[in-house]
Design a protein around this ligand. Structure first.
Ligand code: GLY
Length: 352
């Protein structure tokens, strides 16, 4: 297992400084008359504490780099890991990993070949977030396969966060993206079949892969995330899901961790799911506990009809620990770490 001492020392320094500040403050307020000697003792205490915390921080760090993604997307996680192992950063890794699935016409939930809305238009949503908390997003993007890369351009080349519809498309073209028809023969056939009955209801675990959300931690311990989707199949024209909404489909705080969501976007948006998971981790929950609580917020709502839809979360924290949880069975994540690229079935809420 690779351990990154630089990152451990950073954590140690932070903890050491926080503890020092705390003890100093406590001394100043409660034992003002013995200030001098108290501070000397604190330094001794801090040195001992620092040694212990150093060991603890190193022991707790998981092997880096690390990539996790929603669903079974081993080729995408392999691509992201290839970028990381070649010295690329977490942001490059998640973009390249998502691009691979966007170009995969057999994947009917993202990019080219994504299932269209009820009028036959393929409209894409995507976002990306870096280690500084910068983010970019595109909603209702048409005719451009690599929505995640357009989102990155929004983040890096404009003072804005989100571009929509025709404006997003024209922006992409101005950045050199080639417009193309995203409706493949297979997706057109599926849409024509759907039109016979035209039933409008969410499909749980559509083909066991839905939105592709990816989180990576690079060898420096920095976290980035991305999310890309063609949204709900046969949606009403104009509908946008959670995937391009920062805090809902994706949230990264490099001090704490990151989370991405998949499933019925409306339910994720209503609870600002990914932000919630990261905030729960900030309060001390593990990634697994945080994902479980965020699903709990959805299913325990009065009159929740959770039996009819799926939502799944995956999360990582700064120590490289991971978690995943969904409402229904058969949600999975792919994890690439320590030379192992594996699919992991998620635990889930609805066991009745
Ligand atoms: N999670 C994808 C969507 O609801 O659009």
């Amino acid at each position: 297992m690779l351990i990154y001492f630089g990152m451990a020392i950073k954590i140690l320094e932070n903890q050491h400084m926080k503890r020092r500040k705390f003890i100093k403050t406590a001394s100043l307020t409660s034992v003002g008359l013995t200030l001098g000697s108290t501070l000397v003792n604190c330094d001794e205490i801090n040195t001992k504490t620092a040694v212990l915390q150093n060991k603890e921080a190193i022991a707790n760090l998981k092997a880096l780099p690390l990539v996790v993604a929603t669903w079974h997307v081993k080729e995408a996680t392999a691509k992201a890991m290839e970028v990381l192992q070649a010295g690329g950063n977490a942001l490059d890794a998640v973009e390249q990993g998502c691009r691979l699935e966007e170009a995969n016409e057999k994947n009917q939930t993202v990019g080219k070949g994504g299932l269209p809305d009820r009028d036959g238009n393929v409209t894409l949503d995507a976002c990306i977030m870096d280690k500084h908390g910068n983010c970019g997003s595109v909603v209702y993007l048409q005719n451009i396969t690599h929505a995640v890369s357009v989102a990155r351009k929004v983040m890096e080349d404009t003072p804005h966060v989100m571009f929509a519809g025709e404006g997003a498309k024209q922006f992409a073209i101005s950045k050199g993206f080639q417009p193309e028809d995203l409706l493949t023969e297979a997706s057109k056939k599926a849409w024509e079949k759907w039109k016979i009955e035209a039933k409008y209801k969410p499909i749980i675990n559509i083909e066991n892969h839905d939105t592709i959300g990816m989180l990576a931690i690079d060898k420096n311990g920095d976290i980035a995330g991305a999310c890309t989707s063609s949204g709900l199949a046969y949606k009403i024209g104009g509908r946008v899901g959670d995937s391009p909404i920062i805090g809902s489909g994706l949230f990264v705080d490099n001090e704490i961790g990151g989370c991405v969501a998949t499933g019925l976007g409306e339910e994720v948006v209503k609870t600002v799911g990914s932000f919630l998971v990261v905030e729960l981790m900030r309060q001390g929950k593990t990634p697994q506990q945080a994902c479980e609580e965020a699903i709990g917020r959805i299913v325990t709502k009065p009159n929740s009809n959770y039996k009819n839809f799926q939502v799944g979360y995956i999360a990582v924290n700064k120590q490289g620990e991971i978690g995943s949880y969904s409402i229904h069975q058969w949600f999975s994540m792919t994890k690439f770490q320590d030379e192992k690229n594996e699919q992991i079935q998620s635990d889930y809420y609805n066991k009745t």
